[in-house]
Design a protein around this ligand. Structure first.
Ligand SMILES: NC(=O)c1ccc[n+]([C@@H]2O[C@H](COP(=O)([O-])OP(=O)(O)OC[C@H]3O[C@@H](n4cnc5c(N)ncnc54)[C@H](OP(=O)(O)O)[C@@H]3O)[C@@H](O)[C@H]2O)c1
Length: 326
C-alpha cells in the first residue's frame, strides 16, 4: 500500500511516497481503508520536529481521516466491514490503509460527505471545546476570531455565530474577510491594513470584547488582550505566526479577565464523555448543513507538496484534504 512517509525531519519537500506492507488488525483494532486525510497547520510542525507531540521516525503525517472499515481484529466490536467512519489518531493517517483502536472510530452520518468528514474532528472539535467548555460563551456576547479564514478560525466563526455570539472575524486580507462573512461573521477587521485594537474599540463603542479566540499569537495577542472587556476571556489556541506572545500580566489584573488555555488533544483523553457529546453535536450539525465543514481543496496524494504549501503559504480557506483512495 502507498503511504506518505516522514523518515527525516524537515519541510514537506522531504516527505516521500513509499510502498509499505499491508497492515492487519490485532486485538481490539480495526483495519480501515482511508479515503481522505485532513491536514492541519500542526502537521507542518510535526514533520519539522517543532511540535509537542513527537512520533518516532519513520511515520506518516496527518492526524485525522475518513474511510471504510475493512476488517476487525479479535474482540473489536461496534462496527462492521463497509461502515463509513472517521477518526483521529494524532499522526499516521496519510496512507491507504490504517490500523487503529476501534474506540478511535466514529460513524459518519448520512448527509455528510467523506471529504468533509475527514477534516471536521480537529478544527471543529477544538473550537466547540474552546467556546463551550473553556470560554463559556453566552448568546449576545462579542467573540473576536483571529486567523478567521483558517481551519480552526473558520470553525470559530461558524460555531460562535451558532452559539448566538456577535462574531468579529479578523484576518490579513480583504479577500479572506469577504470569504468569512458568508459563514456568519457580523463584522470584519483586516489586521494587516488597520489597527486591531482601535477597530475593536470602535466596533464595541469603547466597551471591549467578551471573548478572543487566538490561533495566531505574536503581536496580535497583546492587541486583542488590551481590547477585552471587564471579565473577558482570551482563548490561547495556537501560534501560527511562529511567535509565543508574552503580554504584560498587569492587563489581566486591570480587566479582571482570564487567559484560558485550550488543549483539545489532552481534553479528549481526560474528558472522553464530554468529547463524545461534542462530536455527536458537531456531526449532527454537519449532516444537517448547520455547519459547513468547508473544504478549501482536495489534493491527490501525489500532490502532497501543494497541499502542505497551501497551509504554509497562508492560503488555505478552511480545510486542506489529501485524497488517498483511487
Ligand atoms: N489548542 C489546540 O488544541 C489546537 C487544535 C488545533 C489547532 N491548534 C493550533 O491552531 C493554529 C491554527 O491551526 P489551523 O490548522 O487552523 O491553521 P491554518 O488553517 O493554517 O490557519 C492559520 C491562520 O493563521 C494565520 N497566520 C498568521 N501568521 C501566520 C503564519 N506565519 N503562517 C501561517 N498562518 C499564519 C493565517 O491567517 P491570516 O493570514 O488571516 O493571518 C491562517 O489562516 C495552529 O497553531 C495549531 O497548532 C491548536
Amino acid at each position: 500500500m502507498k503511504a506518505l512517509i516522514c523518515d527525516d525531519y524537515g519541510p514537506p519537500e522531504k516527505l516521500k511516497i513509499a510502498d509499505l506492507p499491508e497492515p492487519s488488525p490485532s486485538e481490539g483494532e480495526a483495519l480501515v481503508e482511508i479515503g481522505f486525510a485532513g491536514l492541519n497547520f500542526f502537521d507542518l510542525l510535526v514533520i519539522e520536529n517543532k511540535y509537542q507531540a513527537k512520533p518516532p521516525l519513520p511515520f506518516s503525517p496527518a492526524a485525522e481521516f475518513s474511510g471504510r472499515v475493512l476488517a476487525l481484529g479479535p474482540g473489536a466490536t461496534g462496527f462492521k466491514p463497509g461502515d463509513r467512519v472517521l477518526g483521529y489518531t494524532g499522526f499516521g493517517c496519510a496512507r491507504e490503509r490504517l490500523v487503529c483502536p476501534i474506540d478511535r472510530l466514529v460513524a459518519i452520518p448520512d448527509g455528510l460527505s467523506d471529504e468533509k468528514a475527514a477534516g471536521l474532528t480537529i478544527t471543529y472539535g477544538t473550537t466547540l471545546h474552546a467556546l463551550k467548555q473553556r470560554a463559556d460563551l453566552k448568546p449576545g456576547e462579542t467573540l473576536v476570531v483571529l486567523g478567521a479564514s483558517g481551519g480552526v478560525g473558520l470553525a470559530a466563526v461558524e460555531l460562535g455565530a451558532r452559539l448566538g455570539a456577535r462574531v468579529i472575524a479578523c484576518a490579513s486580507s480583504d479577500e479572506k474577510l469577504k470569504f468569512v462573512r458568508s459563514f456568519g461573521a457580523a463584522e470584519t477587521i483586516n489586521y494587516a491594513s488597520s489597527d486591531l485594537r482601535a477597530e475593536l474599540k470602535r466596533l464595541t463603542d469603547g466597551r471591549g470584547v467578551d471573548v478572543v479566540y487566538d490561533p495566531v499569537g505574536g503581536g496580535l495577542t497583546e492587541s486583542a488582550l488590551r481590547s477585552l472587556a471587564w471579565k473577558g476571556r482570551l482563548l490561547v489556541i495556537g501560534f501560527a505566526s511562529g511567535e509565543f506572545p508574552k503580554p504584560p500580566l498587569n492587563l489581566v489584573l486591570l480587566k479582571g479577565c482570564d487567559i484560558r488555555g485550550v488543549f483539545w488533544g489532552e481534553f479528549l483523553n481526560r474528558e472522553p464523555e464530554t468529547h463524545r457529546r461534542n462530536m455527536a453535536e458537531l456531526l449532527a450539525d454537519a449532516a444537517s448543513g448547520a455547519i459547513s465543514a468547508h473544504v478549501h481543496a482536495v489534493y491527490p496524494l501525489e500532490s502532497f507538496r501543494d497541499a502542505f504549501g497551501a497551509i504554509a503559504r497562508r492560503e488555505a480557506l478552511g480545510k486542506v484534504i489529501l485524497k488517498l483512495g483511487a
